[in-house]
Design a protein around this ligand. Structure first.
Ligand code: GDP
Ligand code: MG
Length: 684
């Protein structure tokens, strides 16, 4: 084993450990356990696109932990690889904690062979050891440690096992001198050639690329980035060229393939000695059995739709409504009464009372009633996601999406769009093909986000009491249909010839954990509460003010003569063909630009109706069945909130495109709701 000076060594007291490993190996789970934070964990590859930093404390020592995007190789070609590699180069950690999925160890170790050459000391966290042991498999740790020249610590990130030992080992390694030892993974002649190249390179200038060993391997592979970063003089270059050629003549394959092949051979050999499997690898696993049904050629799609329908039924049917009514009662009775009591006792003026009770509590309270449904919907979606089912869906959908100019890679971002457009748009960064990425961003806003759901939950029971889940389901379907249509239009106009291949491995089915379910749901709830406290409350106050005062700033009795009515009456006629040309509806839609929940809270303020019974009555009077459906369709399709638009602009890198997307959304919303209104009038 060769000892090489750690090129990246730096002097500082605080330690920094980076988590590096394949996608879905459990890095974020480990990160959350170590730092006590609640980052998004998902049972599909590509969940973590950005690096995340957190602090952990161990025996008084503060350690910075870095959660990096999952990668299969250190060559910076996919967006994840670029982020991870650049982070390792520009701000090298003291130790890399290489997270390896023990249930898929051969493939995971491929990355290990690369990072162990990179020049940063590593310890190997053999994760998911709980599943590994349950299978009855055994690992000879010493054998593995010896083969790869690193410490191997079996852990279970989700069960919090072995974490102390892992961290103390990592600290130990960080304190060692000469702690980056390279194993030779190559057969005699290749190994010797790489060593010779390494010697030459260690005398040359190397601009941020990695250790001399790593550069040597990469130069041996003719990696263009390596050739650019390592400054060779002519003599060195020709020496290396002749070294490379000596290998080329004896073997008949591309050198890059040759190196990969050598790594795999080494891994196979090592694992055959270090891992004792109870069953042979080839036997059909539990996951394979389930997959036979769930990804069946014909059954897959109906099963998917069935799952989604069940989820909708639970959320918007009796089960969800029961909880909604409970919260509603609480907000309107004990809660509002308490405030009105306090205001009476403190002798608040009429208009302060009106501001608090009619403005803030009505506006925010009405929206809050829908929290139980948000919780139910996202708990159920999270179960599907965490079990690994959603990754299958990406596969099922790939062929279909491809026909529309999207790809299987677009599926996860689109699905996230049902939660919130902002993270959904951000997650398109994992899409390598630029055109597919743009098309995906373009269609995400048509996926009905959780805030829009609140509007449906308010209006649907009023007009379509008998088949609520069905009507809401149909709204989601309209959104999806418009998305599909838009993608097809886009494909045939702007982004012709999209053909990025879709490579995503299927994670095994796993038992969802309560913790990750909690994180998913909390994410939505937190987001809602944050907005309720800021945008919703603010919007409600502004709307309350504009509808309570006239142009002379006199408080008005009838909001019909308020400032708001005056202004909105101008806009309202635009919506007459859609069936909701009244000024209150127009104001609600405008408020919806700040946050979609504001549509409901604004209506509550405008109709002066605190509890949803009164609000329902007011809405019942203001809309017909057809115009209510058309209104919901407009809400579904028109421009998402400001936060989403700015996320879209960030990813588009182009204001013109963003403006175009916004105009398109407005236009399509207008046209489709007119159509819905006309058709609705025939049927309802
Ligand atoms: P990442 O892509 O590497 O960040 O992986 P995640 O942290 O998102 O985890 C992927 C999946 O593996 C999630 O469903 C986790 O709940 C699950 N998981 C992570 N660690 C363990 C473990 O030690 N045991 C088991 N059984 N599951 C785990
Ligand atoms: Mg992750």
């Amino acid at each position: 084993m060769m000892q090489v000076q750690n090129k990246f060594k730096k002097k500082s007291n605080t330690l920094k450990f980076a988590l590096v490993g394949n996608p879905n190996s459990g890095k974020t789970t480990l990160f959350n356990q170590l730092t006590g934070s609640t980052q998004y964990v998902g049972n599909w590859p590509g969940v973590t696109v950005e690096k995340k930093e957190g602090k952990a404390k161990f025996l008084g020592q503060v350690i910075t932990i870095l959660d990096l995007p999952g990668i299969y190789s250190l060559s910076p070609y996919s967006p994840e690889e670029v982020i991870t590699r650049n982070s390792l180069l520009n701000d090298p950690p003291d130790v890399i904690i290489n997270v390896v999925d023990s249930t898929n160890i051969e493939r995971n170790l491929y990355l290990t062979t690369q990072i162990s050459e990179f020049g940063i000391p590593i310890v190997l966290a053999l994760n998911m050891i709980d599943i590994f042991r349950k299978r009855g498999d055994v690992v000879l740790l010493e054998e593995l440690e010896q083969k790869f020249g690193v410490f191997v610590i079996p852990i279970s990130a989700s069960k919090s096992e072995g974490l102390k030992e892992l961290i103390s080992r990592a600290i130990y390694v960080s304190k060692q001198k000469n702690n980056t030892a390279f194993k030779n993974f190559y057969e005699a002649d290749i190994g010797q050639t790489i060593e010779k190249i390494e010697k030459i390179i260690s005398q040359a200038k190397n601009e941020k690329f990695g250790s001399a060993r790593w550069s040597a391997v990469k130069i041996f592979e003719d990696d263009p980035l390596a050739l650019k970063s390592v400054k060779l003089n002519e003599a060195q270059a020709s020496k290396i060229a002749s070294l490379k050629n000596s290998i080329k003549t004896s073997r008949n394959v591309d050198r890059q393939i040759m190196v990969a092949d050598q790594r795999y051979k080494y891994i196979c050999n090592a694992c055959s000695k270090a891992i004792k499997r109870k069953c042979a690898l080839e036997t059909e696993t539990f996951s394979d059995k389930i997959d036979k049904i769930l990804t069946h050629r014909i059954l897959a799609l109906p099963i998917f739709l069935l799952f989604i329908f069940v989820i909708f039924n639970a959320t918007f049917g009796q089960f969800g409504n029961f909880f909604k009514e409970k919260v509603e009662w609480f907000v309107n009775n004990p809660f509002a009464l308490l405030f009105s009591d306090i205001l009476d006792k403190t002798g608040a003026s009429v208009w302060t009372k009106s501001l608090v009770l009619d403005g803030i509590i009505k506006g925010v309270g009405v929206a809050a009633c829908f929290l139980p449904q948000i919780i139910i919907l996202f708990s159920l979606l999270s179960l599907l996601e965490d079990s690994g089912y959603m990754s299958r869906c990406a596969f099922i959908m790939d062929k279909l999406l491809r026909k529309m100019g999207l790809s299987g890679r677009s599926f996860v971002p689109m699905l996230m769009g049902f939660g919130c457009t902002v993270p959904a748009v951000m997650s398109t960064r994992t899409i390598e093909c630029e055109k597919t990425k743009l098309a995906t961003i373009f269609v995400i806003p048509f996926m009905s986000c959780s805030a829009k759901m609140i509007i449906y939950s308010l209006m649907v029971p009023v007009f379509f009491n008998d088949n609520q889940p069905l009507i809401i389901f149909s709204l989601y379907l309209i959104g999806i249909a418009v998305a599909v249509l838009s993608a097809i239009i886009l494909k045939n106009t702007v982004s012709k010839d999209t053909s990025s291949s879709f490579i995503m491995e299927l994670p095994p089915y796993r038992m969802p954990t309560f913790k990750s379910l909690f994180i998913h749901v909390w994410e939505r709830v937190k987001d809602f509460l944050k907005r309720a406290g800021t945008v919703l409350a603010g919007c409600s106050v502004v709307v309350w003010f504009l509808r309570s005062f006239d142009f002379n700033l006199q408080m008005v009795q009838d909001s019909q003569s308020s400032i708001l009515a005056g202004v909105a009456t101008f806009i309202a006629p635009i919506f007459t063909p859609c069936g909701f040309g009244n000024w209150r509806a127009s104001v609600a839609l405008m408020a919806g630009l700040a946050a979609k929940e504001s549509v409901v809270s604004t209506m509550a303020v405008l109709y002066g109706a605190g509890d949803s019974v009164k609000l329902s009555e007011a809405i019942c009077a203001a809309f017909s069945k057809a115009s209510a459906f058309s209104f919901m369709t407009f809400v579904l399709l028109y421009t998402p909130c400001i936060a989403a638009v700015s996320a879209i602009r960030r990813e588009f890198h182009n204001p013109k495109w963003t403006a175009l997307a916004v105009c398109y959304q407005l236009l399509i919303a207008w046209v489709v709701s007119i159509m819905v209104f006309l058709i609705g009038n025939l049927f309802f």
